[in-house]
Structure formats: structure tokens, C-alpha cells
Design a protein around this ligand. Sequence first.
Ligand SMILES: CC(C)(COP(=O)(O)OP(=O)(O)OC[C@H]1O[C@@H](n2cnc3c(N)ncnc32)[C@H](O)[C@@H]1OP(=O)(O)O)[C@@H](O)C(=O)NCCC(=O)NCCS
Length: 185
Amino acid sequence: MSSYPTPTLATARLVLRPLVATDAEALFAVFSDPAVVRYWSAEPWTSVAFAEQAIARALDSYRAQSEVRFGIVLADTGALVGTVNLHHFFAQNRRCEIGYALASGHWGRGYASEALEAAIGYAFQGLDLNRIEADIDPRNGASAAVLERLGFRKEGYMPERWFVHGEMADTVNYGLLRRYWNERP
Ligand SMILES: CC(C)(COP(=O)(O)OP(=O)(O)OC[C@H]1O[C@@H](n2cnc3c(N)ncnc32)[C@H](O)[C@@H]1OP(=O)(O)O)[C@@H](O)C(=O)NCCC(=O)NCCS
């Protein structure tokens, strides 16, 4: 059986590390913000208990080495400002999905691109994956920009795939092959 441990990774400005119980308040601050979950597949969190449950699930996945769930932390202050996850692994096919979110007060500074670059490098080099998939709302321009900057290609379109925030929402499917990643300039 394949295993997918969550290590600690350092970038120029960020540390990606496993979540811990004391991250609950900071995690709640990220996912209780309607702007953050505007194009997410769930409603904003309404109490810190949601964060505690998410952290408990993350700790289970660390023990089982079944999913990679990073907290994104600013290197200079230690503040937790978001998450990036590698999940839905298919060992035989060497692929997984990626998901990510950042506190809205920190958008537009390149943090998501920097965090995803580290997580993707780990997926291809550390975990020997061949393919990473992402599923985003077509209205989520910032998310599309991050994916395309990292070499993901648009592969498909699924209308009315989600019902969330009181409306049907479409999906754009993106994929990144290891060879696209290795061929980047
Ligand atoms: C998507 C998200 C992670 C981006 O984080 P970020 O740190 O601001 O991203 P970066 O600064 O690395 O890059 C943002 C890019 O989007 C571009 N951008 C921002 N808003 C945009 C918009 N409305 N339309 C098009 N592009 C946009 C920026 O110009 C930048 O591109 P560039 O680097 O080529 O100039 C952040 O907006 C977020 O957490 N959103 C809520 C959660 C979410 O939607 N997650 C993805 C769903 S799976």
C-alpha cells in the first residue's frame, strides 16, 4: 500500500507544515470568510468546531499517511494563513487532486503560487506522482491564474456540477502532468 506523508517544506517566504490542534482559531478565520469560500464547494464555517473537526481529520490522515494536508505559514511571523492539500490519491495511476485556500487579507502577493510550487514539487519528486488534477469554478479567475502560471492545462468543462451558496455552479477541470512540470522554462 502506498503512503503519502505530510512533511515540512520551506520556500522563500513560507513554511508548509502539518496542521496542529492550536491552528484551530487561525484556520477558522480563513474558512469563515465568505470571500474565501465564494467559489468553494462548501458554506463558510460558522464556529471554531468546524476547524477542530478539520484538524482531527488531518491528524487521522497523517497517522494513516493517506492524504497530504499542509498548513501555509508565513515564515517571518509563524502565522497560519491558509492550506494546500493533496488528496484523492490513486496509487496505481500515480495521480491525485490539489486544493488550496488563503486568507483574503493575504491575496495578491504570490503566496498561493509559492505554496503550490512547493507542494507540487513534493508530489512529483517526493511522492513520484505523474499527474495532479484541479477542479475550479470558471468564475474563479485568481485560482485559474495560479494554476496556469504553474503549468496546469485546461482539460474539460462540467456544467452544473455543484449546488452551493444557493446556485448551481460549473467546473473547469485542470491537469498537470509531471512532464509539463519538468519541461517548464
Ligand atoms: C485562489 C487563491 C488561492 C489565490 O491566492 P493568491 O496568493 O492571491 O494567488 P497569487 O498571488 O499567487 O496569484 C494570483 C494570480 O491571480 C491573478 N488574479 C487575481 N484576481 C484575479 C481575477 N479576478 N481574475 C483573473 N486573475 C486574477 C493575479 O494577478 C495573480 O496572477 P499573476 O501572478 O499572474 O499576476 C486565493 O484567491 C484564494 O484563497 N481564494 C479562495 C479559495 C479558492 O478559491 N481556492 C481555489 C479553489 S480550489
